[in-house]
Design a protein around this ligand. Structure first.
Ligand SMILES: NC(=O)C1=CN([C@@H]2O[C@H](COP(=O)(O)OP(=O)(O)OC[C@H]3O[C@@H](n4cnc5c(N)ncnc54)[C@H](O)[C@@H]3O)[C@@H](O)[C@H]2O)[C@H](O)CC1
Ligand SMILES: [K+]
Length: 516
């Protein structure tokens, strides 16, 4: 599914009007009518409710007037609030305000704090609020009169229905200051990036997309730099003919583990098997192998030379090269430690790895010492940083990253020609061609140790099975979240373990393939 920015949406809008001759007025009418249908499907007893429609001065407000008209025609008790002077309105929005006036619908003009005080009590009494204050035209965080109205609506017990996007939410980033907390949103043409990225995804409520008549050819010509990850985007199931054997299903090398971090190595390896990898070899510091053999049964273990403190030593380089010769992918990093020798080994590996790799955890911290090497990697590289690791890779603060997750991931992927999986709520997958995909699966119960190790194993397994870095990264994050969602929905929302998620992967993966 396309996710659009405000600019892409404006361009689609403009070209629909100019190249197809569909007037803006028609688009607004379609938007308002479609939104009304959705609102009525949410609030079935809407005729018994009092509905307030808060309209700003732009086209979002214009949509609000269409909705007010449509509701009134359906016999709903509706009051429209115009949050500026009538003279401030122009174009299609003004035309629809005129219609509301012509129909004699209740219309209240609130232009300043004094008039707001006058009407505040009445405004607190609505059962439903339609938020048509600001849409994709938001340019600065909300303050002043709009902010006070947003506060009144949020503090009421009303069902809050956002038109296009919750007012105050930036369509491109999912960021906001003061913002409407919607129970549902009807958006027009395409979902916006901000609907899918936290905190925006938490302020949107149930999202509906209304077809307002933007021709497919226009949408395609304008395109969109963001996608929502869905089973359809992930493509068809991997072919498993009857005669297939394990050697055909990928050979993954996992390089992981250091003293105190054997669990990470074990989980990455076992998760890869849960994701269908045919053969998994875990290469780890030699003194840990006896422990690891007890932890991973189906995967093989291979000892590597280690430093005095037990991390993988630089002298393991030749052995790793030999191990890679027969493999189809590499997963590196879980629990690896940050010894300087291990760092040099990773830097060497980056430059000579003959197969696609996924790098996580300590591998990222070691790569962060010299990220310019990434561009010289001969094979595709997927990095799976959490915001802290992304901060080390980019030199930005964690706050700066969280404020603009999609852009930061996109820029790093473009600049270093790697695939970036920026973890966190609504994981962002950015590809080296500039395309950014956002993951809708997952839940807060996943905020516990070991989850990242499982993800590394999944992505490694898909790479090993030949899925290519784009599909592997997207499928990995989608299935990882979907497996956790199955547990959260059926067992408990929190307190489950990374190993529980790992066990649920086959079921989640089957669900993805069924819907692809
Ligand atoms: N895209 C489409 O195909 C259609 C979109 N529709 C609706 O139109 C809005 C976008 O309309 P636009 O007029 O561009 O912007 P807004 O209504 O969001 O408001 C812009 C208005 O508000 C001012 N402004 C910006 N930020 C602030 C702020 N923080 N505080 C106060 N005022 C602010 C700005 O200067 C403008 O004057 C879209 O979301 C859809 O709802 C169509 O109706 C259907 C076709
Ligand atoms: K809105």
């Amino acid at each position: 599914m396309y996710l659009v920015t405000a600019e892409e949406m404006r361009e689609m809008d403009r070209r629909t009007i100019e190249e197809f001759g569909i007037p803006g007025r028609v688009l607004m009418e379609n938007a308002g009518r479609g939104a009304t249908d959705i609102l009525c499907s949410h609030v079935q007893d809407i005729r018994t409710q009092r509905v307030g429609v808060a309209c700003g001065k732009g086209n979002n407000g214009g949509d609000g007037f269409v909705i007010a008209r449509c509701l009134a025609e359906r016999g709903v008790h509706v009051v429209a609030y115009l949050l500026c002077k009538t003279g401030d309105l122009t174009g299609d929005a003004k035309a629809n305000l005129n219609l509301v006036q012509k129909m004699g619908l209740p219309l209240v003009e609130i232009t300043d704090k004094e008039s707001l005080r006058e009407h505040q009590h009445a405004m607190q009494g609505f059962g439903v609020w339609v938020d048509a204050i600001l849409g994709t035209g938001l340019s600065t965080p909300v303050r002043g009169l709009y902010g006070e109205v947003i506060q009144i609506i949020n503090d009421s017990n009303a069902f809050v229905f956002a038109v296009d996007i919750a007012s105050g939410l930036f369509a491109d980033s999912g960021r906001c200051g003061l913002c409407i907390q919607a129970d549902a949103t009807a958006t027009f043409g395409f979902a916006k990036v901000g609907h899918m990225v936290m905190p925006g995804s938490g302020l949107t409520g149930k999202l509906h997309v209304v077809d307002i008549g933007i021709p497919k050819s226009i949408a395609k010509a304008v395109g969109a730099a963001h996608r929502l990850i869905s089973p359809q985007l992930l493509g068809p199931a991997l072919d498993r003919p009857k005669h297939i054997h394990k050697g055909d299903l990928g050979r993954l090398l996992v390089i992981a583990g250091s003293p105190g971090k054997t669990g990470a190595a074990a989980m990455a390896s076992m998760s890869a098997m849960r994701a269908g990898a045919g053969l998994v070899t875990l290469a780890a510091p030699q003194s840990l192998c006896p422990v690891l053999e007890g932890l991973v049964i189906e995967a093989m273990t291979t000892p590597l030379a280690e430093t005095q403190s037990g991390e993988i030593a630089l002298s393991a380089r030749e052995a790793v090269k030999m191990l890679l010769a027969g493999k189809s992918a590499l997963a590196i990093g879980p629990g690896l430690g940050t010894h300087e020798e291990t760092g040099r080994l990773i830097q060497a590996l980056l430059l000579e790895c003959p197969v696609p790799m996924v790098a996580d955890a300590d591998a990222l911290n070691l790569i962060a010492q010299n990220p310019t090497l990434l561009k010289r990697a001969p094979s595709p590289v997927i990095l799976t940083p959490h915001p802290g690791e992304m901060a080390r890779l980019t030199g930005l603060s964690t706050n700066e990253i969280q404020e603009n997750r999609t852009e930061v991931a996109r820029e790093f992927a473009l600049k270093n020609q790697v695939h970036v999986v920026l973890k966190g709520a609504n994981t962002v997958v950015a590809h080296p061609d500039g395309l950014v995909c956002i993951n809708p699966t997952g839940n807060p119960g996943m905020a516990s140790g070991g989850m990242g190790d499982v993800l590394t194993g999944l992505i490694g397994a898909f790479l090993a099975q030949g899925l290519g870095p784009e599909r592997s990264a997207r499928l990995g994050v989608f299935v990882h979240g979907a497996a956790a969602d199955l547990i959260a929905e059926n067992i408990a929302p929190a307190g489950y373990l990374a190993t529980d998620v790992m066990s649920m992967v086959p079921k989640a993966l089957a669900g993805v393939w069924k819907n692809a």
